[in-house]
Design a protein around this ligand. Structure first.
Ligand code: B12
Ligand code: SF4
Length: 547
């Protein structure tokens, strides 16, 4: 067998499929703007940059194009990696590659969290690739054909490589990812980020980020960059320094990009930071709000959100031209009987249009999972995506014995999703956001892109404006914003476009959850829990008979 390390090795990187029903797969919106999938596979682009650069690479994103046997036949070695919802597609991929006698390398978040599930891969390269890929390459150089590589060390982000952005076709995606920070200083019980990446944020230098921006610029990319950091403002001093540099670079390059990111709600406390973000053209931020109930926040160590009124925070962020999206969770041990109405009120009053509401999921290797396991409440096979309906946290949560009766949680969940994604409520939030936003966008699209925007606008008018369920709301929203805050119209139309996806996705989630609820009501909740945990269940909390 030829030495794969030294030779002109052909390496195929494969991003396996996500479900089209995921909250994050807004394929209808991709269609409208002429893209094929929302986000480019940043993990694999980074892996390609860490592998020997004399190799030849090819990247197939199954969310964009089908993986053919001839792609696999071309390769000497194949790599894949991904997250929990890709577990099933990654495992199928390993089998398919093995059937064609390809050597398979696997890494990324889910294999790192539960490597045993991926044992059949030839090489398991776990944790941060910056540390473990060199270990794997050393073995490959010595002719080994299998191995498992782990490290407790964390990567030094100051030597992180520029991802191989040249391996993708930009027009297939709505946004391209870029990473500044790994790790988060907070300590939320359910979070796996602090387990995977630690609680001390590690940063790339400003020069590294500018180099990545320049690389994208030189490759001809213009438009949307998603800073994929779990908490972009994990160290406010550092992020301000970076933003000052981006502001300067962007001005010198005539603002080729605009940005989105994720941040903790304390972003709203810092006007200087918000101003810098606006100056760099940040347009959307995803806030981890989780729950409107203070006791639950405190019990989950999400202390940074306790006693922090979300409505005010969102209004302040909107005043800097940045739209807030939010993540919410149902199913915490301590949530009140009024959780559904509390959550609906919180979402409606803050005007957060894109609210990702999930069922609490005990992700592998988290404090939550360890506690539930110790309490005998964790389901066995807790984090295996076994069925096609295991899409993301919207359908696959509650992988443990709940304290509130499970059926009650499902009812609350259905009520929240059904209400929040009812057209009148959704468009109400769009109006609120678009009236309160004060955008000062710097990035100006090229003429060609502007034409695509116009075509997309007409498509949204057709899809949303002439639909029986949303037509009235769409035009009411449209004329309200045109009359009262015309600068908010771009945001308004974008959020209306997102509803084309959410409308479909809501139907899917409500139907799937109702099906699960009916199944649960036809059985006995205690018997169900015993089957799922493999242990006799004692009476805890408010657990009762289903129904
Ligand atoms: C950006 C992001 C998203 C984006 C974009 C995803 C995309 N398509 O690219 C969006 C918002 C869509 C998203 C959604 C979800 N996400 Co997400 N996401 C992230 C985030 C914040 C950054 C990912 C990233 O780009 N990192 C930068 C790259 C460079 O790092 P990386 O991918 O980890 O790759 C490195 C290593 O893992 C390794 N590696 C990766 N692949 C491979 C492959 C090989 C062969 C090798 C050798 C090494 C290797 O090397 C790389 C360099 O070190 C991570 C958290 C985090 N900090 O990583 C969560 C994270 C990956 N998401 C997660 C989850 C659970 C989800 C959701 C299910 C629910 C949710 N949290 O919203 C959904 C489902 C998505 C769907 N489409 O169905 C979990 C995964 C947990 C797990 N055990 O699998 C994470 C870890 C955190 C979290 N709890 O949210 N996500
Ligand atoms: S703030 Fe977000 S990333 Fe940080 S620990 Fe909490 S959930 Fe995790």
């Amino acid at each position: 067998m030829k030495n794969l390390y030294q030779g002109f090795t052909k390496c195929l990187l494969v991003q396996t499929k996500f479900s089209e029903f995921s909250f994050w797969n807004y394929l209808e919106v991709c269609n409208i703007v002429g893209a094929k999938y929302p986000a480019a596979p940043l993990g694999l682009l980074t892996v390609a940059a860490l592998l020997p650069q004399h190799w030849t690479f090819r990247l197939i994103d199954e969310n964009v194009e089908p993986l053919l046997d001839e792609h696999l036949a071309w390769a000497d070695i194949v790599c894949t990696g991904g997250m929990l919802p890709q577990q099933k597609s990654m495992l199928e991929f390993i089998d398919r590659a093995h059937d064609l006698a390809r050597l398979v390398v696997v890494g990324g978040p889910d294999p790192s969290s539960q490597p045993d599930l991926y044992r059949k891969a030839d090489f398991l390269v776990l944790g941060e690739g910056e540390i473990t890929i060199p270990m794997f390459l050393a073995d490959l150089k010595n002719g080994l054909t299998s191995g498992v590589y782990v490290s407790t060390e964390r990567a030094d982000m100051l030597v992180a490589v520029v991802p191989r952005y040249d391996l993708i076709r930009f027009r297939n995606y709505i946004m391209i990812g870029m990473q500044f920070i790994r790790g988060c200083p907070f300590n939320c019980e359910f979070c796996d980020v602090i387990e995977l990446f630690g609680r001390t944020p590690r940063f790339k230098s400003n020069e590294q980020i500018l180099k990545e921006l320049q690389t994208l610029y030189d490759l001809g990319y213009r438009g949307h960059i998603d800073m994929v950091d779990d908490n972009f403002i994990g160290n406010k001093k550092k992020v301000k320094e970076l933003l000052r540099e981006i502001k300067k670079w962007s001005a010198e390059h005539k603002y080729p990009f605009y940005f989105t990111t994720e941040a903790s709600v304390n972003l709203a406390d810092d006007d200087e930071l918000l101003q810098l973000m606006q100056d760099c053209d940040f347009r959307y931020v995803f806030l981890g709000i989780e729950t409107p109930e203070n006791d639950t926040l405190a019990l989950n160590n999400k202390n940074q959100n306790v006693n922090r009124p979300v409505t005010e925070a969102v209004k302040r962020i909107l005043s800097y031209g940045i739209v807030c999206n939010g993540g919410y969770i149902i199913g915490f041990d301590s949530e009140s009987e009024r959780i559904a109405s509390n959550m609906i009120n919180s979402i409606q009053s803050s005007g957060i249009s894109m609210a990702m509401i999930g069922l609490l999921y005990a992700l592998p290797n988290t404090q939550l999972t360890r506690r539930l396991d110790a309490e005998g409440r964790l389901f066995h096979l807790a984090s295996q995506t076994v069925s096609d309906s295991d899409i993301d946290q919207m359908t696959s949560g509650l992988n443990f014995v709940t304290l509130t009766p499970r059926s009650e949680i499902f009812r609350n969940y259905i009520k929240v999703i059904d209400t929040v994604y009812n057209p009148a409520h959704y468009y109400g939030r769009v109006i609120y956001t678009s009236l309160n936003i004060r955008p000062r966008y710097r990035h100006k699209p090229s003429f060609g892109t502007w034409l695509i925007y116009m075509r997309s606008f007409l498509r949204v008018c057709k899809e949303a404006g002439f639909s029986r369920s949303t037509g009235y709301h769409y035009w009411k929203m449209f004329f309200t914003i045109i009359l009262h805050n015309p600068k908010g119209i771009e945001v308004a139309v974008n959020l209306a476009a997102m509803f084309i996806h959410f409308r479909k996705q809501k139907e899917y989630i409500v139907t799937a959850t109702n099906r699960t609820l009916t199944g649960l009501l036809n059985t006995n909740e205690q018997a169900f829990n015993e089957r799922m945990t493999g242990r006799p269940s004692s009476n805890r909390g408010r657990i009762g008979q289903a129904g």
